[in-house]
Design a protein around this ligand. Structure first.
Ligand code: MGD
Ligand code: MGD
Ligand code: SF4
Ligand code: MO
Length: 741
C-alpha cells in the first residue's frame, strides 16, 4: 500500500510544492510537482524529483556520533547531548560565551529549526563569533539594504509576474531556480515575460542558459559591474532619463544630488574599457530601462561575491529607484510575508551601522550581527586572549564552501570542541567531536519563515512531517535541548519550554505596543488561544495571527490562523506584491537614503580600479541544475552527465595556452589539477569552475560523492580578497594562472 502526501521542497529557494508517495514503512518512493500548489503550480526540478533518494540515502546518519579515543562512534541521544552541554559549559565557564563560535550554513534558511531555534541558540551562548554562509553569498545585498532602507532584511525583489523589462545581472535562475527572490518556476516566468511582450536583458561573462533566453546579453569582465551600473546611473542623469518624481516616491528619497555628483566620473565612455562593454551598450541599457513601462534590475552571486559587492548591490537599487521602479508593480517590491509582524506606522530607526564589534585577529567589522565566514580558521588557530575555542556548525560545510578548507580543517582539528548538527559525515563534520544528525525532510515539518520574506507572491503553506519522527529528536528539539541544557534545565527536559518562553516574551512585547493588533490584551488569554500542538506549531500560529494577514487573535475572524493553513494543504494564496513605502523604512531620516556616507567612501576604491590594466585570466563559478552546493553529490540520480567539476575555457584561451584534457590552475591560495571543457559560452580571459567538490578527503562517509570527488575550487582562494563593507569574500573574479598538466 502506498499513500500520497504533500511537501514543500526544502532544497532550494523556489519552495515548490511536491506530491510524494510513501510506503507502509513511511519511506518516500516518488516525488512530483503538486499541480494544485498555490505558489508553484506543479513545477519541479531534478533535485526535487530526487527528494526520495536524499531522504533514503543510506549514508545519512541515523544516530549521533561522538569521538572516543580519536574515533567517531555511535551513541544515544542523551549521551550525545549531555556531552555537548557539559563540554560547552566548561568552555563558556572558563572563557565566556564568545569562546564558542557558531556557523550557520545554507539549509538553515530552509528549515524550521534554522529559522526558529538557531537564533535562540546563538542568543543563549551570547557569542559575538557568529558566522554564516551569508558572507559567502548575499551579505553585500543586505548591507546595501541596510544603508538604503535602514534594515538589512528589507529585501526588495523583482515583481516577476508583472515586469515589462527584467535585467538579470550575475544570476543564472534557469539553473539556480532563483535566489534572494523566491519564485517557483523561474524559467516559466521568463517565458511568460517574453510572451507578454516584455524584455529580458542578461549581464554575465558567461553565456548561461539564462543568457541564451535574453533579448540582450552583455558580457562584462568579472567584477566590473559596479562601474557598469555607475555608467547607467550617469546616463540616466546625463540624458535626463530619471523618472519624474521618481515614479511617485521622490518625497521619501534623499541623496539624489550626491549620487548624481558621484556618477560624474563614470561616464559610459570612461568605464567601457574597464568593463569590456561598449559605451553605447551601456547607454542603451540605461535607455531601455528608463523607457520600459516597468522594469526590475535583479542581481545575484555575480554581483555580491565580488570585489565591489556592496557598491554593486547599492547601484542596482539606485537604478531601480532613479527609473521610478522601486515599490511599484512590475518594478522591485518589498514582500509582506505572513509571519512577519503586522505593518506598523512608519517610524525612523537608528542609523544603520556595521562594525558594532570587530573580529579579534583581523579586525573585520561585524555585519548584520555576523563576522566574515572566512575568519573562522584564524579565530580558531591564532593563540591569544579571546581565542575562539569551539565551533558549532548547523547545516554547513565550510571546509568546502569557504576559502582554504585545508587551513580550516587543521584549525578544526586543533579546536577544543567541534559540534556539528548535520545528517552527513562530510568534509567538515569529520572534524566533529559530536555529530547530531537531524531526521530527513520527510520527518521534518516545513514552513518558509525566511524565504516568504523574498517571495514574488504572498502565500502561506505548511507541510507537517509526512511520517512521524521515529524515536530520534527533530532538529528543533536537538537545538532546543542544547539550549535547555546550557540554561541548567538538563538535556532531557521538554523542549517545549523553549517555545513557551519565546511565546511569552513575544506576546508581552506585542500587548505593550500600542500599534500591535493585540495592544492592551492579556497575554495569558492569548496563549490559551494557541493550539494544543508541538511548540513550533504554536509559534507558527502565534506569528500568523500577529501578522499582516492574521486574525489578530480573534479580532479579524476571517484572518489567518494555523487552522486555516492546515485546512488548505496546497497553500493559501495571499496575492501579488503590494506597495510598502514608507512603512518599511527604518533609516534615521525616515527616507530612502540613496547616498550613505560609507557607500560614497567606497566609491573611491572603485574609481582607482578604473585604470587598472589586467590581461590575466580570472576565475568565476557556475552552478549545475542537478547539484546543490557541496551536499548533493551523493545521489546517483544527480551525479554524472553535465554535473561535473570541469574547467570551462574559451577556445581562444585554450589554443593560446596549449590546453587539451587537463589543466593546472594556480590561484592565490594554491593549485588544482582539473579536466578542461572547451566552451565558446565563456568570455575569453575568463574560466569557470563549480564549487562544492573535493570529496576525496579522508574520514568522510559519502560513498557516491567520493567515487567522483572533483576538486575543491576554494582551495585556490586564500580568502584575503573581500568586499570590505560586507566581509564577503571574492569568489567570482579571482586571478588565476593556467598551464597544461
Ligand atoms: N567558490 C564558490 N564557493 C561558494 C559558492 C560559490 O558560488 N562559489 N557559493 C556560496 C554559497 S551561495 C553558499 S550558500 C555556500 C554554502 O555553504 P554551506 O552552507 O557551508 O555548504 P552547503 O554545501 O550548502 O552544506 C550544507 C550542509 O547542510 C547539511 N544539511 C542538509 N540538510 C540539512 C538539514 O535539514 N539540517 C541540517 N542540520 N543540516 C543539513 C549538509 O549535509 C551539508 O553539510 O557556499 C558558498 N561557497
Ligand atoms: N542547481 C543549483 N541551484 C542552486 C544552487 C546550486 O548549487 N545548484 N545553489 C543555491 C544557492 S546557495 C544560491 S546562493 C543560488 C545562486 O543563484 P545564482 O546567483 O542565480 O547562481 P550562479 O550560478 O552562482 O549565478 C551567478 C552568475 O554570475 C555570473 N558571474 C560571475 N561573475 C560575475 C561578474 O563579475 N559579473 C556578472 N555580471 N556576472 C558574473 C556567473 O557566470 C553566473 O552565471 O543558487 C541556488 N540554487
Ligand atoms: S526548483 Fe528548488 S524547490 Fe523546486 S523542486 Fe527544484 S530544488 Fe525543489
Ligand atoms: Mo547561497
Amino acid at each position: 500500500m502506498t499513500r500520497t502526501a504533500l511537501r514543500i521542497c526544502p532544497l532550494c529557494e523556489a519552495t515548490c510544492g511536491l506530491t510524494v508517495t510513501v510506503d507502509d514503512d513511511g519511506r518516500l518512493l516518488t516525488a512530483r510537482g503538486d499541480a494544485d500548489d498555490v505558489f508553484s503550480h506543479g513545477y519541479i526540478c531534478p533535485k526535487g524529483a530526487s527528494l526520495p533518494d536524499l531522504d533514503n540515502d543510506p549514508d545519512r546518519l541515523q544516530r549521533p556520533l561522538v569521538r572516543r579515543d580519536g574515533e567517531l562512534v555511535e551513541t544515544d541521544w542523551s549521551d550525545a547531548l549531555t556531552t555537548v552541554v557539559e563540554r560547552l559549559g566548561g568552555i563558556i565557564g572558563e572563557h565566556g560565551g564568545s569562546a564558542v563560535g557558531v556557523y550557520l550554513g545554507n539549509p538553515t534558511a530552509h528549515t524550521v529549526a534554522g529559522a526558529l531555534y538557531a537564533p535562540v541558540l546563538v542568543k543563549t551562548l551570547g557569542t559575538s563569533n557568529l558566522f554564516s554562509a551569508s558572507t559567502l553569498d548575499q551579505m553585500p545585498k543586505q548591507i546595501a539594504l541596510g544603508y538604503l532602507f535602514g534594515n538589512p532584511y528589507a529585501f526588495c525583489v523583482p515583481d516577476l509576474d508583472r515586469t515589462d523589462h527584467l535585467v538579470v545581472i550575475g544570476a543564472n535562475p534557469v539553473v539556480s531556480n532563483g535566489s534572494v527572490t523566491t519564485a517557483a518556476d523561474f524559467p516559466g516566468k521568463l517565458a511568460a515575460l517574453r510572451k507578454r511582450g516584455g524584455r529580458l536583458t542578461v549581464i554575465d561573462p558567461a553565456r548561461t542558459r539564462t543568457a541564451k533566453l535574453a533579448d540582450t546579453h552583455l558580457a562584462p569582465r568579472p567584477g566590473t559591474d559596479a562601474a557598469l551600473l555607475f555608467g547607467v546611473v550617469h546616463t540616466l542623469f546625463d540624458e535626463d532619463l530619471v523618472a519624474p518624481d521618481l515614479g511617485g516616491i521622490a518625497r521619501y528619497v534623499t541623496g539624489v544630488e550626491v549620487l548624481r555628483a558621484q556618477a560624474n566620473d563614470f561616464a559610459p565612455e570612461r568605464v567601457a574599457d574597464y568593463c569590456g562593454v561598449s559605451a553605447e551598450a551601456i547607454r542603451d541599457l540605461a535607455r531601455s530601462i528608463a523607457a520600459a513601462p516597468s522594469a526590475a534590475v535583479y542581481g545575484r552571486m555575480g554581483t555580491t561575491t565580488v570585489e565591489f559587492g556592496t557598491v554593486t548591490s547599492w547601484l542596482i537599487d539606485a537604478v531601480n529607484i532613479l527609473t521610478g521602479n522601486l515599490d511599484r508593480p512590475g518594478g522591485v517590491m518589498f514582500p509582506t510575508p505572513p509571519t512577519a509582524p503586522a505593518p506598523r506606522p512608519p517610524r525612523p530607526g537608528r542609523a544603520f551601522r556595521t562594525g558594532r564589534w570587530r573580529s579579534r585577529v583581523s579586525g573585520h567589522p561585524e555585519v548584520a550581527g555576523e563576522l566574515p565566514a572566512v575568519a573562522i580558521a584564524e579565530e580558531l588557530d591564532t593563540p591569544g586572549e579571546g581565542r575562539m575555542r569551539a565551533l558549532i556548525t548547523v547545516s554547513g560545510n565550510p571546509v568546502l564552501s569557504a576559502p582554504d578548507g585545508d587551513r580550516l580543517s587543521r584549525a578544526l582539528d586543533g579546536a577544543e570542541l567541534v559540534v556539528c548538527i548535520d545528517p552527513y559525515l562530510n568534509e567538515t563534520t569529520r572534524h566533529a567531536d559530536v555529530i547530531l544528525p537531524p531526521p530527513p525532510p520527510s520527518q521534518s515539518p516545513h514552513f518558509d519563515f525566511i524565504l516568504n520574506n523574498l517571495a514574488v507572491r504572498a502565500t502561506a503553506r505548511y507541510s507537517p512531517p509526512v511520517t512521524p519522527t521515529d524515536s530520534r529528536p527533530g532538529e528543533s528539539e536537538i537545538i532546543g535541548r542544547i539550549v535547555l541544557g546550557l540554561g541548567g534545565f538538563g538535556v532531557d527536559s521538554d523542549p517545549a519550554l523553549v517555545d513557551e518562553q519565546v511565546i511569552a516574551m513575544t506576546l508581552a512585547k506585542e500587548v505593550a505596543d500600542p500599534h500591535s493588533p493585540v495592544a492592551g490584551r492579556d497575554v495569558a488569554s492569548l496563549v490559551e488561544m494557541l493550539p494544543d500542538a508541538p511548540g513550533h506549531e504554536r509559534r507558527l500560529d502565534m506569528m500568523l495571527r500577529l501578522g499582516a494577514y492574521g486574525d489578530a487573535f480573534g479580532v479579524r475572524p476571517d484572518g489567518l490562523t494555523l487552522t486555516q493553513v492546515l485546512a488548505a494543504p496546497h497553500g493559501v494564496d495571499l496575492g501579488p506584491l503590494q506597495p510598502r513605502l514608507p512603512g518599511v523604512l527604518r533609516t534615521e531620516s525616515g527616507t530612502v537614503e540613496l547616498a550613505a556616507d560609507d557607500l560614497i567612501a567606497d566609491v573611491e576604491r572603485l574609481r582607482s580600479a578604473l585604470d587598472r590594466t589586467s590581461d590575466g585570466l580570472v576565475l568565476i563559478g557556475r552552478r549545475n541544475l542537478r547539484s546543490n552546493n557541496s551536499w548533493m553529490h551523493n545521489l546517483t540520480a544527480l551525479s554524472g552527465g553535465t554535473n561535473r567539476c570541469t574547467l570551462y575555457v574559451h577556445p581562444d584561451d585554450a589554443a593560446r595556452l596549449g590546453l587539451d584534457d587537463v589543466a593546472i590552475v594556480r590561484g592565490p591560495g594554491g593549485e588544482l589539477k582539473v579536466p578542461v571543457e572547451i566552451s565558446a559560452d565563456i568570455l575569453p580571459g575568463v574560466v569557470s569552475l563549480p564549487h562544492g567538490w573535493g570529496h576525496d578527503l579522508a574520514g568522510t562517509r559519502m560513498t557516491v560523492a567520493a567515487a567522483a570527488p572533483g576538486a575543491n575550487v576554494n582551495q585556490l582562494n586564500d580568502g584575503t580578497r573581500m568586499d570590505p563593507l560586507s566581509g564577503t569574500v571574492t569568489l567570482n573574479g579571482l586571478p588565476v594562472e593556467i598551464i597544461p598538466a
